[in-house]
Design a protein around this ligand. Structure first.
Ligand code: PYC
Length: 319
């Protein structure tokens, strides 16, 4: 080996099949301030770090990174900034479950309730066991219902726009069968739906881009309520039922009066894994989703960057 090595210590887990890479050492210096301020510094001064961790050859497209930071709010066990192959996520439900299990694995927290600070608010994580976690997500709500969009090759697709920590377009009645061997056609349909939303100027609040698409259909398990396919910003699909996507779904069900506070909703993913979800209501018409799932540690190690490696920051891709 030549040149000076830089090491980035990580722990990988998967939550219901969806991977999370927690950076425990060797992350960028983001100084102090709110998590959203540090996210801005991360984006502006250290985006190469995100690319190195997520992109091939050290990462892959489905991976979500989680940079552990000192929390600004001392009631929190940790601050965390989530990122993926295209940029940064306000919140990540499967990722928060992965972070909680990783903090437990590291001996930094015990079982029971902890708080995590994210750029979009504080989330509570309750470690029910070494691998099982319930998260109380950020307040979630439906912004628009029954929005029609003209999608190339698919015709009119109708969906709801909802916030669950990220912006989602939720479509009941998937345009393709909800099985894993259809992931390529599902991804294609979801990408075209996303392109159409952009073209027609359909956005989340304050013009925010709707960068996650969710298709729903009947579940395979008799005790589940629904199966989904969730398409993420970097053209990867979520192997889990998606924590923020399930939160957005709960917000729609609540708004339609189809699910009552405290009632259980079992959301199945495209690979058959599941989250058990429910909600409580806030005073201002939003909901607080509770999402329970399991995560398992699957590897830990050190990512190495050498100054003379032409791909020390990974292989970038524009989406
Ligand atoms: O679980 O919230 C989630 C999530 C977002 C993107 C991938 N997973």
């Amino acid at each position: 080996m030549s040149g000076q090595l830089t090491g980035i210590r990580f722990i990988d887990s998967h939550t219901e099949g969806e991977p999370t890479r927690v950076i425990v050492d060797g992350g960028p210096e983001l100084e102090s301030g709110s998590l959203s301020e540090r996210l801005r510094r991360f984006r502006e001064t250290a985006d190469h770090f995100r690319q190195c961790v997520i992109n091939e050859p050290r990462g892959w497209e489905a991976l979500v990174g989680a940079l552990l930071c000192e929390p600004a709010d001392s009631s929190c066990a940790a601050g965390v900034i989530f990122f993926n192959n295209t940029g940064y996520l306000g919140m990540c439900g499967h990722g928060a479950i992965g972070v909680a299990v990783t903090l437990y694995h590291l001996g930094r927290v015990g079982l029971g309730v902890q708080r995590l600070e994210t750029p979009v608010g504080i989330v509570e994580v309750n470690l029910l066991g070494p691998n099982q976690v319930t998260i109380l997500n950020v307040p979630s709500y439906r912004l628009h219902s029954g929005v029609d969009v003209e999608v190339d090759g698919l015709g009119t697709i109708t969906g709801d726009v909802a916030w669950g920590g990220n912006w989602f377009f939720l479509v009941d009645g998937s345009p393709e069968p909800l099985t894993l061997d259809h992931f390529a056609v599902l991804s294609d349909a979801a990408q075209r739906t996303r392109d159409a939303l952009k073209r027609e100027g359909i956005t989340g609040a304050d013009g925010a881009e709707i960068d996650h698409i969710e298709f729903f259909g009947p579940p395979e398990s008799p005790d589940a309520h629904s199966r989904n396919f969730v398409y993420c910003p970097g053209r990867a699909y979520d192997r889990s039922p998606c924590g923020t996507g399930t939160s957005a779904k709960l917000a729609c069900l609540a708004a339609d009066g189809k699910l009552q506070p405290g009632e259980s909703w079992i959301q199945e993913s495209i690979i058959g894994s599941r989250f058990d979800a429910s909600y409580t209501i806030t005073g201002d018409g939003q909901i607080i989703p509770a999402i329970t799932g399991t995560a398992y540690i699957c590897s830990e190690g050190t990512l190495i960057q050498q100054p003379d490696d032409p791909f020390q920051n990974g292989i970038g891709r524009s989406t």
